[in-house]
Design a protein around this ligand. Structure first.
Ligand code: ACO
Length: 376
């Protein structure tokens, strides 16, 4: 009788050199470097280089890597037309999943699965995703598209294309820190999806498309939007206790809390909380931040003993709101960051691939005879 690990809890399905997590102590490192040090001193582009190469770049390598990404800020010919033919009310996560898949048809060699070929495909997706998101947002709002500016970082250029004006250094850096903190996280569901698809020797676009489909779910990356919906539903700090108690009585899961791996504070949430507070002060959003803290207080009192703490999505909601992102771009913005991790895992998978094909415990009937339709 095979053992079933529901939700694959505790199953080790791959080896990785990308990120290390200690869920008891609340530790997250990318290639051995504590996430806090990267958030403090690195850039998203440098962090992606680290994840794809297993080491930090030299200044010349980073400059070259930046150039390669910026070469891809512009969409391939035909993609803009394709985007402008989409329904304006399409949900951005559906749009980005579809358009990343569509990118493969504008690539002359989408199935190049050697390491160099995969890296080129990964760069394409990394460079194009922010443009697709910003273009789609302006298109649905009836605003003129803002062409990418290759003098800007991924974070600053994304905000520029979205809003039509260059972000302040504070906002650009806040966006950059968010991208760093969201870039990779072990064998989470979307990363596993990407590795699983790639293990069939499919292609980078298919792997990332599958990962986006996974990230969209409210139990995964979609939770940051759920957090914002919850914050909007609660009128004031004074209402937080009642709102949360009500939900808990109904056995509802509170978005932004709980994690399969962390049984203590998610270190990403620690950093995002500091960022959220600073941005809330700067942008007049302290009531939102204070509601977050009031919810956290109730949840820690009620659930910390069970190992349920804020996860990455909890304070990222307030942070994204203060940066000025529309609610339904929260999860797509997570996509920009996680392309770094997903692609790194695909590269790692293909460096030592074996097809993922777990077993299943069959629990249905056996030895049943076929009944002809006339006798049913
Ligand atoms: N609120 C209230 N109770 C919770 C929460 C929560 N957010 N999360 C877990 N619990 C409780 C469950 O009800 C369950 O209680 P029980 O033992 O009395 O039945 C227990 O904790 C274990 O929960 P599971 O759902 O079995 O834990 P699992 O590891 O499968 O799920 C998950 C983890 C999906 C993240 C879960 O905590 C959850 O749904 N959280 C809310 C959604 C969320 O924030 N997702 C984002 C995660 S971070 C990311 O993916 C980027």
């Amino acid at each position: 009788m095979p053992l079933t690990a529901k939700g694959l809890e505790g199953v080790v399905a791959a080896e990785t050199k990308l990120s290390f997590i200690d869920g008891e102590k609340g530790v997250l490192e990318y290639v051995g470097i504590p996430i806090g040090e990267l958030a403090e001193s690195s850039t998203f582009e440098e962090t992606v280089f680290l994840l794809w190469n297993g080491r930090l770049p030299t200044p010349a390598e980073l400059a070259d890597f930046n150039e390669q990404i910026r070469d891809r800020y512009e969409l391939p010919a035909g993609m803009e037309q394709r985007l402008l033919s989409l329904p304006r009310d399409a949900k951005p996560m559906h749009m980005i999943r579809t358009m990343v898949s569509a990118l493969s048809m504008h690539d002359t060699n989408p199935d190049a699965n050697d390491q160099a070929g995969l890296r080129r495909r990964a760069l394409n997706i990394l460079g194009h995703v922010p443009t697709l998101l910003a273009f789609f947002h302006r298109y649905r709002m009836g605003l003129p598209l803002v062409k990418p500016d290759r003098s800007l970082s991924i974070a600053a250029n994304f905000l520029y294309m979205l809003n039509g004006r260059k972000p302040t250094d504070t906002m650009a850096r806040a966006m950059d820190i968010c991208l760093i903190l969201h870039a990779d996280h072990g064998l989470n569901n979307s990363t596993f999806s990407a590795r699983c698809v790639m293990s069939t020797e499919s292609d980078m676009y298919s792997a990332i498309t599958a990962a986006i489909g996974s990230l969209k779910g409210p139990l995964h990356g979609g939770a940051n939007e759920g957090v914002m919906v919850m914050l909007n539903e609660i009128p004031s700090v004074a209402d937080c206790e009642k709102y949360i108690q009500n939900k808990l009585e109904k056995k509802a899961k509170i978005p932004g809390f709980g994690h399969r791996i962390y049984k203590s504070y998610d270190p990403r949430a620690t950093h995002l909380q500091v960022l959220a507070k600073k941005l809330a002060q700067d942008t007049g959003n302290m009531p939102l931040y204070e509601k977050s803290k009031a919810i956290e207080e109730v949840m820690l009192r009620e659930k910390a003993a069970k190992g349920i703490y804020p996860n990455v999505d909890f304070f990222s909601a307030t942070t994204y709101h203060c940066i000025g992102l529309p609610l339904d771009l929260f999860t797509p913005t997570f996509v920009i960051a996680r392309v770094g991790g997903w692609a790194g895992h695909v590269l790692e998978q293909m460096a030592n691939n074996r097809l993922y094909r777990p077993d299943v415990d069959y629990t249905g009937p056996r030895d049943v005879r076929y009944t002809p339709a006339t006798k049913r």
